[in-house]
Design a protein around this ligand. Structure first.
Ligand SMILES: [Zn+2]
Length: 133
Protein backbone atom coordinates (compact mmCIF):
# COMPACT_ATOMS: atom_id res chain seq x y z
CA UNK A 1 0.00 0.00 0.00
CA UNK A 2 1.16 3.51 -0.80
CA UNK A 3 -0.47 6.91 -0.42
CA UNK A 4 -1.49 8.42 -3.75
CA UNK A 5 -2.43 12.08 -3.95
CA UNK A 6 -4.65 13.69 -6.49
CA UNK A 7 -7.27 16.28 -7.20
CA UNK A 8 -9.24 18.28 -9.72
CA UNK A 9 -7.78 20.43 -12.51
CA UNK A 10 -7.78 23.83 -10.80
CA UNK A 11 -6.44 22.47 -7.51
CA UNK A 12 -9.28 23.45 -5.17
CA UNK A 13 -10.12 19.77 -4.54
CA UNK A 14 -7.23 17.67 -3.17
CA UNK A 15 -7.32 14.21 -1.65
CA UNK A 16 -5.15 11.25 -0.72
CA UNK A 17 -5.97 7.58 -1.03
CA UNK A 18 -4.26 4.42 0.21
CA UNK A 19 -3.97 1.78 -2.50
CA UNK A 20 -1.38 -0.51 -4.08
CA UNK A 21 1.17 1.07 -6.42
CA UNK A 22 -0.01 -1.36 -9.11
CA UNK A 23 -3.68 -0.58 -9.62
CA UNK A 24 -6.54 -2.58 -11.09
CA UNK A 25 -9.19 -0.12 -12.21
CA UNK A 26 -12.55 -0.30 -13.96
CA UNK A 27 -13.53 1.46 -17.15
CA UNK A 28 -17.31 1.74 -17.19
CA UNK A 29 -19.45 2.24 -20.27
CA UNK A 30 -22.51 3.70 -18.54
CA UNK A 31 -24.08 6.97 -19.65
CA UNK A 32 -22.00 9.23 -17.42
CA UNK A 33 -18.68 7.37 -17.19
CA UNK A 34 -18.35 6.98 -20.95
CA UNK A 35 -18.82 10.72 -21.46
CA UNK A 36 -16.22 11.67 -18.88
CA UNK A 37 -13.67 8.88 -19.47
CA UNK A 38 -13.67 8.02 -15.79
CA UNK A 39 -11.31 5.27 -14.52
CA UNK A 40 -12.53 3.83 -11.20
CA UNK A 41 -10.45 2.90 -8.19
CA UNK A 42 -12.92 1.82 -5.49
CA UNK A 43 -11.80 2.10 -1.87
CA UNK A 44 -13.46 1.96 1.55
CA UNK A 45 -14.01 5.36 3.17
CA UNK A 46 -11.26 4.63 5.70
CA UNK A 47 -8.63 4.67 2.90
CA UNK A 48 -9.68 8.06 1.50
CA UNK A 49 -9.06 11.52 2.93
CA UNK A 50 -10.29 14.78 1.46
CA UNK A 51 -7.46 17.24 2.13
CA UNK A 52 -9.20 20.35 0.84
CA UNK A 53 -12.08 21.49 -1.32
CA UNK A 54 -15.18 20.35 0.58
CA UNK A 55 -16.66 23.80 -0.14
CA UNK A 56 -15.82 23.51 -3.86
CA UNK A 57 -17.77 20.31 -4.51
CA UNK A 58 -21.09 20.26 -6.34
CA UNK A 59 -23.24 17.11 -6.22
CA UNK A 60 -25.01 15.75 -9.30
CA UNK A 61 -27.43 12.83 -9.09
CA UNK A 62 -29.64 11.01 -11.59
CA UNK A 63 -31.57 7.74 -11.97
CA UNK A 64 -31.72 6.09 -8.50
CA UNK A 65 -29.87 8.99 -6.84
CA UNK A 66 -27.63 6.54 -4.96
CA UNK A 67 -24.42 7.67 -6.62
CA UNK A 68 -23.25 11.14 -5.56
CA UNK A 69 -21.31 12.58 -8.48
CA UNK A 70 -19.03 15.21 -6.95
CA UNK A 71 -17.68 17.85 -9.31
CA UNK A 72 -15.40 20.79 -8.64
CA UNK A 73 -17.62 23.85 -9.06
CA UNK A 74 -14.71 25.82 -10.52
CA UNK A 75 -13.14 23.48 -13.10
CA UNK A 76 -15.87 20.83 -13.50
CA UNK A 77 -13.58 17.83 -12.94
CA UNK A 78 -14.94 14.79 -11.08
CA UNK A 79 -11.84 13.53 -9.27
CA UNK A 80 -13.75 11.23 -6.87
CA UNK A 81 -17.34 10.44 -5.97
CA UNK A 82 -19.65 8.09 -4.05
CA UNK A 83 -20.51 5.22 -6.45
CA UNK A 84 -23.81 3.39 -6.68
CA UNK A 85 -22.06 0.03 -6.28
CA UNK A 86 -20.35 1.12 -3.03
CA UNK A 87 -22.29 3.91 -1.31
CA UNK A 88 -20.20 3.12 1.79
CA UNK A 89 -16.96 3.94 -0.05
CA UNK A 90 -15.44 6.16 -2.71
CA UNK A 91 -14.47 5.80 -6.32
CA UNK A 92 -11.32 7.76 -7.14
CA UNK A 93 -10.66 8.79 -10.73
CA UNK A 94 -7.22 7.31 -11.46
CA UNK A 95 -6.82 9.93 -14.22
CA UNK A 96 -6.74 12.55 -11.46
CA UNK A 97 -3.87 11.03 -9.44
CA UNK A 98 -0.58 12.93 -9.30
CA UNK A 99 2.31 11.32 -11.17
CA UNK A 100 4.99 9.51 -9.18
CA UNK A 101 3.27 6.87 -7.06
CA UNK A 102 1.47 4.72 -9.65
CA UNK A 103 3.67 1.92 -11.05
CA UNK A 104 1.14 0.27 -13.33
CA UNK A 105 -2.53 0.40 -14.23
CA UNK A 106 -4.55 -2.60 -15.37
CA UNK A 107 -7.91 -1.62 -16.85
CA UNK A 108 -10.90 -3.98 -16.57
CA UNK A 109 -13.99 -3.20 -18.62
CA UNK A 110 -17.23 -2.87 -16.68
CA UNK A 111 -20.59 -3.09 -18.43
CA UNK A 112 -22.35 -0.31 -16.57
CA UNK A 113 -24.97 0.01 -19.30
CA UNK A 114 -26.32 -3.33 -17.98
CA UNK A 115 -25.86 -2.28 -14.39
CA UNK A 116 -28.57 -4.39 -12.72
CA UNK A 117 -27.38 -7.55 -14.46
CA UNK A 118 -23.69 -6.98 -13.59
CA UNK A 119 -24.37 -6.09 -9.99
CA UNK A 120 -26.18 -9.38 -9.37
CA UNK A 121 -23.06 -11.31 -10.40
CA UNK A 122 -20.90 -9.95 -7.61
CA UNK A 123 -17.84 -7.85 -6.92
CA UNK A 124 -14.31 -8.43 -8.15
CA UNK A 125 -11.07 -8.33 -6.19
CA UNK A 126 -10.72 -4.79 -7.52
CA UNK A 127 -13.85 -3.93 -5.59
CA UNK A 128 -16.00 -3.43 -8.62
CA UNK A 129 -18.63 -5.57 -10.24
CA UNK A 130 -17.89 -7.17 -13.57
CA UNK A 131 -19.13 -9.65 -16.12
CA UNK A 132 -15.94 -11.68 -15.59
CA UNK A 133 -16.31 -13.99 -12.58
ZN1 LIG B 1 -11.29 22.33 -9.70
Amino acid sequence: MVVHRGGCHCGRVRFEVEAPSRLTVAECNCSICSKSGYLHLIVPKSRFRLLQGDDALTTYTFNTGTAKHLFCSTCGVKSFYVPRSHPDGYSVNVRCLDPGTVEAIEVEPFDGREWEKQYAEGRTAAGWVTART
